[in-house]
Design a protein around this ligand. Structure first.
Ligand code: ADP
Ligand code: MG
Ligand code: MG
Length: 876
């Protein structure tokens, strides 16, 4: 017995939950059909068929029999036939992947419009329409299916326009259009391609061309950036054409159920009278806002408004749609959950909770950490100069960079680390990589739903679009704005939140507190298990962190306390020859540090403040010996300088990262650590006396052995005991060690019983686990390794789960085995990285500690981790 695979499904039989089989577009067309919205009938060739096509190198057996059968049903339903000279049915053949890949794959419209069907088509509209449809069909079929260069067709149209003395092909006569059609056929023949005369053959070829477009360069590049798997394949939607180009009673447009730039709950969109399909998004003709649609199309407007509301209630989310009005009748051609700016994502998520459309957990899923970050992005400061021009605020955020006029150059220079602003008349999918590499985009044409705007919002990059006063001359390397000439390489500033364009560098401003951010983060706080602490060295840092929601300080570094006007004191301490001299130098330092700690403990009253004892190698406080040697050779050195030179040479290290630093320094100069402990406990005593609730935790850096740790802990306890006894004030403190050498992680069982907490210093742990000296590899090796896919991610940006992450997990687990109430956290840059935060959650840490500016992002990422919503870069 033979089994036949099923490769075709009519719209009327599918639904939205069949996206992996029907593709996103097909599943949603089916869903709209199911809930009774006006969708032109059609059927879907499934992703199964495409995958089989890719695997077998050709269409699977039975596919086209099923297509023919589905087509026959469609013809019966609409009462017109493909290729019928009297009453022709025209088809659109549209790609539709599981994840939306706007504009990345191919579509053929007006299939079946041929000279042989022109008379029949003329009855639908008029002769002009018949010729126009045929012209459009030949262009799309020629380009997409037969692979004929678009230039030839463009040339035919331009020539005809010129000869007729008109600006656009819309003003050509029927005869002139018919001539263009004839020329198009010639262009195809000249390219050595054969145009099948039978529309059924055309349909087959078009379906296979859509299959192949899945593996086109543009589509592949898009998938790489969006993290979409390559093996999903695309579905093909075959649908009856409806005509927005039938004259003044017809139109085509795109709309959103809410404003995709701001998130405001208003219908939003553009339409064009007497136009078809891509005319709207191409940005080549001025579009009208749907607010004014009621004047021309009162009924269709009303139905569109209702449809938009229905869709939003049905999908519980903001949707975008493509629609066409054919002789006053509204048709829906596409819907999907719409792309949105970061600001819109946030506002809609919060407002939809208030409206009862979604719950808080769903709202959290709707805002990525990248989008939240974009909300915290800079804008033009108040002192920004007058803009040279203002375009559409297409994607929020401000950017400053050098003007670059081609995507190729933007790609090269942007990837090399330069800040470039890509300035283009408009963009197309070919520009994608250049856009990714730019800090911002500026286009002269196109609306808020133009390619540039949509892509920029998706990438979270600032964009100003449709700045139509710009005259861009890429060849000359200039952009002219009302008589002012900007040259390639000049610096400009753009603000995608306001649409402003300024010549030169504008000082950017960090945005104010957004109530929607605060609200979303209260939802996040209810979901997350990880606490979010901050790295803060000063009372000002601590205040900022507290305002951002920090629940403790996970790392208060003390090295800055030795710099500035205190540098001479620490140098004196380093230079001291006897204990006495050393003590004398340390005394004033200790007093000053006590004040510093008091201030931080006061800001963080009632919350843990983890203070790390001195970590960097001593030579960092000394001058460069080479410079002193040079001075010695030229002007000579005074006695003090001579001493400094000796010390600088004495403390010079071949590899300071692996040298005398951290607890090793403490062991060689115990008085330094003892002075710091006295300062910390002394500060706590003072805070306690002032009625405060100080909670200092004293942390030892760079421990590698349990003996070292035991030495350090003894020093802490002995010293603290003395201070407490002297003061007669009972203060509590806790202790911690950093886990930043692989050995410390390996010996967690021995370290854990000695301390209250582990704090993972994952920067050093990454350096030492990989054997990377960060400063040396970050500029050269890491980019190369990333490029050659030898590293999945930069391990200094995102914690390496396979290696460093394993050490971390092991240390947490084994530490807890011997000390169940061991507190574990991460400090350092990874603590603010969403993927790393997911890892910290998974291994069961208590907290992450990050810089004050990352606290909000960390709170959201911690919630996502608890909800098991995948981290950034995922397509979920
Ligand atoms: P994309 O993925 O680029 O949006 P689509 O498959 O949605 O491609 O189609 C491209 C354009 O053609 C869109 O503007 C769409 O509205 C229009 N179009 C698609 N199908 C039809 C149809 N059946 N009738 C009229 N216009 C259509
Ligand atoms: Mg398209
Ligand atoms: Mg579309």
């Amino acid at each position: 017995m033979m089994t036949t695979d099923s490769f075709v499904m009519p719209f009327s039989e599918g639904s939205a939950d069949q996206k992996s089989l029907l593709g996103g577009k097909g599943a949603n067309l089916a869903e709209m059909t199911r809930i009774g919205l006006p969708v032109p009938p059609g059927f879907i060739v499934t992703t199964d068929a495409c995958r089989r096509y890719m695997a077998e190198g050709g269409s699977p057996a039975g596919l086209f029999d099923q297509v023919d059968a589905a087509l026959a049903d469609l013809e019966a339903q609409v009462g017109r036939k493909l290729g019928d000279p009297e009453s022709p049915l025209l088809l659109s053949v549209r790609s539709g992947a599981v994840f939306s890949m706007p504009g990345m794959m191919d579509t053929v419209l007006n299939l079946g419009a041929m000279p042989s069907t022109a008379d029949g088509l003329a009855k639908l509209g008029d002769e002009w329409f018949a010729q126009d449809a045929t012209r459009r069909f030949l262009e799309m079929f020629g380009r997409v299916v037969l692979g004929v260069d678009a230039e030839g067709f463009d040339h035919n149209v331009e020539q005809a326009n010129e000869a007729a003395g008109v600006a656009s092909e819309r003003d050509l006569t029927v005869e002139q259009l018919a001539e263009v059609v004839a020329k198009h056929r010639q262009t195809i023949a000249d390219a050595g391609k054969e145009l099948p005369e039978d529309p059924r053959d055309q349909l087959r070829l078009a379906i296979e061309a859509v299959f192949r477009s899945w593996n086109g360069d543009r589509a592949k590049a898009y998938r790489r950036i969006e993290n979409i798997p390559d093996d999903l394949g695309t579905a093909v939607n075959v649908q009856m054409m409806v005509f927005g180009n039938l004259g003044d009673r017809s139109a085509t447009g795109v709309a959103f159920t809410r404003d995709p730039a701001t998130g405001e709950k208003v219908h939003y969109g553009d339409f064009l009278i007497g136009a078809q399909g891509e005319d709207v998004v191409a940005g080549t003709r001025a579009v009208e806002h749907i607010d004014t649609m009621g004047e021309t199309f009162p009924h269709a407007k009303e139905e569109l408004e209702e449809t938009l509301d229905t869709l939003e209630q049905h999908y519980h989310d903001m949707c975008d749609v493509e629609f066409t009005i054919e002789n006053d009748k509204l048709w829906m051609l596409q819907t999907r959950v719409g792309k949105r700016s970061a600001a819109a994502a946030l506002r809609m998520a919060v407002e939809m909770v208030d409206e009862g459309l979604i719950d808080e957990v769903e709202a959290l899923k709707r805002v990525t950490t990248k989008q939240l970050e974009a909300m915290l992005h800079p804008r033009f400061g108040p002192n920004a100069p007058e803009p040279i021009t203002t375009g559409l605020a297409a994607s929020p955020g401000a950017a400053v960079g050098k003007v670059v006029l081609t995507s190729q150059e933007a790609k090269e220079r942007g990837n090399a680390g330069e800040s470039v602003v890509l300035v283009r008349p408009e963009t197309s999918p070919e520009d994608l990589e250049g856009m990714v590499a730019s800090v911002g985009m500026l286009t002269a044409r196109g609306g808020l739903v133009s390619h540039a705007a949509v892509v920029a919002r998706g990438l979270g990059k600032p964009a100003v679009c449709g700045a139509n006063e710009l005259k861009i001359d890429a060849k000359a390397g200039t952009v002219t704005v009302n008589g002012t000439v900007i040259h390639a390489d000049d610096i400009i500033s753009i603000d995608g939140t306001t649409g402003q364009v300024v010549i030169g560098e504008v000082e950017l401003e960090i945005p104010e507190d957004d109530p929607n951010v605060a609200k979303l983060l209260t939802y996040a706080d209810k979901q997350r298990r990880l606490h979010v602490w901050a790295n803060a060295d000063t009372p000002e840092d601590a205040r900022r962190a507290l305002a951002a929601g920090a629940e403790g300080i996970g790392l208060c570094r003390t090295e800055h306390q030795f710099l500035g006007d205190r540098l001479p004191l620490i140098r004196q301490m380093i230079l001291s020859k006897t204990e006495e001299e050393e003590r004398a130098a340390l005394e004033p330092l200790e007093a000053q540090q006590k004040e510093d700690f008091e201030a931080v403990l006061e800001v963080m009253d009632g919350k843990t403040v983890v203070i790390r004892l001195l970590d960097p190698p001593l030579h960092e406080f000394l001058p460069d010996p080479l410079e002193l040697r040079l001075k010695e050779a030229s002007e000579g050195l005074d006695a003090d300088e001579q001493k400094l030179l000796e010390a600088a040479e004495f403390y010079h290290e071949h590899n300071p990262m692996l040298g005398v630093r951290g607890i090793r320094l403490g062991i060689l100069r115990p008085n330094v650590y003892a002075a710091q402990v006295r300062a910390i406990i002394g500060a706590a005593v003072a805070r306690k006396q002032a009625g405060g609730d100080p909670r200092p935790e004293i942390m030892l850096p760079l421990t590698a052995t349990s003996q070292e740790l035991a030495w350090g802990i003894k020093l802490i306890h002995d010293t603290a005991k003395q201070v407490i006894e002297e003061s007669g004030v009972e203060v509590a403190y806790t202790t911690a060690t950093m886990i930043e050498t692989p050995r410390a992680a390996l010996r967690a069982r021995e370290l854990a019983p000695q301390v209250d907490a582990f704090s993972f210093g994952t920067n050093d742990l990454t350096q030492l686990t990989f054997g990377f000296s960060r400063d040396d590899v970050e500029a050269s090796y890491i980019p190369a390794a990333l490029e050659q896919e030898l590293l999945p991610v930069d391990p200094f940006r995102s914690l390496d789960p396979a290696g460093v992450g394993r050490l971390v997990e092991m240390a947490v687990t084994e530490g807890r085995e011997v000390k169940p109430d061991l507190v574990t956290g991460i400090c350092g840059e990874h603590g603010g990285d969403p993927d790393s935060i997911h890892l910290c959650h998974r291994v069961g840490m208590n907290h992450v500690s990050c810089s004050a500016s990352r606290i909000e992002v960390a709170r959201l990422a911690a919630a996502h981790a608890a909800m098991e919503v995948s981290g950034p870069g995922s397509t979920a």
